[in-house]
Design a protein around this ligand. Structure first.
Ligand code: CO
Ligand code: CO
Length: 308
């Protein structure tokens, strides 16, 4: 095992030979949006992301499905749409879904078990960054807040469209650029939110984040201010309170935004300063929206400082 259950990494990595290691990961969840096709695409993009976050390439995937057997609860055409969304997203990633398993389940669930390849000396873990490394985030945050508002019917059209689009976007292009440039550490931003996943990268370093540099989904801040905050986001913030030092000027809404539980979020890279410009320009050339949101600092170790 190169990466196993002892660390909070995105996937397990198993060395097969001097040239090849396997990446194994599984993810599935209940619908985040009403449209079954979009749900399938988002769930697949989210599952594939853990392979990209380790610096690997997905090779094959299996469907993991829960769906009600009784057709009066939900017609099978809905399941077909979920699977079509997943299959088309997998094809966009250059792979096939080669099988899977479905169980009877009152509430639909969908995701993928993904196998990827990586060179055993070239994978990324979430730790390994050093003081001075710059932190680069792809994709805006706020999907937890916007999808909560979508379920309540209070999200505007623009906010909803932007959230669905970002969640369904593969982290493939971002990972390809970062592999070419070389980064020191990486994770993807999902349920623990930006600060929660950043905390998992802190080994022997601390981090400083500039709130004004963190990209937000359109409408996310307004919706959060109106109280559209998922339970997971509150829990994330509470569990991070002893780790994060927020500058006084940063209000509760912004603190919650930084801890917002994400679905299929972007990649967070730690990159050494000499490669930072190449990473940003490479991402821009590849059409990946990305922002430099802060850096690792020597002290205080294990803590996150958030400035305006
Ligand atoms: Co992950
Ligand atoms: Co995962």
């Amino acid at each position: 095992m190169l990466v196993g259950p002892k660390t909070a990494d995105d996937a397990a990595i198993y060395r097969v030979s001097d040239e090849l290691a396997l990446i194994l990961t599984v993810d599935f969840f209940t619908p985040v949006v009403d449209d079954p096709y979009q749900f399938g695409a988002i769930a697949a993009a989210n599952s594939l992301s853990d392979v990209y976050a380790m610096g690997g390439r997905p090779v094959l995937a299996l469907n993991v499905v829960g769906f009600p057997r009784a057709s009066d609860v939900a017609p099978l055409s809905i399941l077909a749409e979920i699977l079509r969304g997943g299959a088309e997203k997998a094809r966009e990633a250059g792979i096939d879904i080669v099988g899977g398993h479905t169980v009877d389940d009152k509430e639909p669930k969908y995701g993928l078990c993904v196998t990827g390849f990586v060179h055993p000396k070239e994978y990324w873990a979430n730790v390994g960054g050093r003081a001075g490394d710059r932190l680069v985030l792809t994709k805006p945050i706020g999907t937890g807040i916007v999808t909560t508002a979508m379920k309540a019917g209070t999200a505007g059209e623009e906010a909803a469209r932007a959230a669905v689009e970002t969640m369904a976007t593969l982290n493939r292009a971002a990972a390809e650029v970062a592999r070419k440039v070389g980064v020191r550490a990486c994770t993807d931003i999902t349920g623990f939110g930006l600060l929660g996943h950043l905390r998992e990268m802190l080994s022997g370093v601390g981090a400083r984040i500039r709130l004004s540099a963190v990209p937000l989904l359109p409408g996310a801040r307004d919706l959060a201010a109106k109280g559209s905050i998922p339970g997971g986001t509150h829990r994330n913030k509470e569990s991070l309170d002893r780790v994060v030092d927020y500058h006084d000027a940063i209000d509760e809404i912004d603190r919650l935004l930084l801890c917002d539980a994400q679905t299929s979020g972007g990649l967070l890279f730690a990159v050494e300063p000499s490669r930072f410009e190449d990473l940003l320009s490479g991402l821009a050339e590849a059409g990946v929206s990305a922002a430099a949101i802060g850096e690792f600092i020597a002290e205080p170790e294990g803590k996150i400082e958030v400035v305006s």
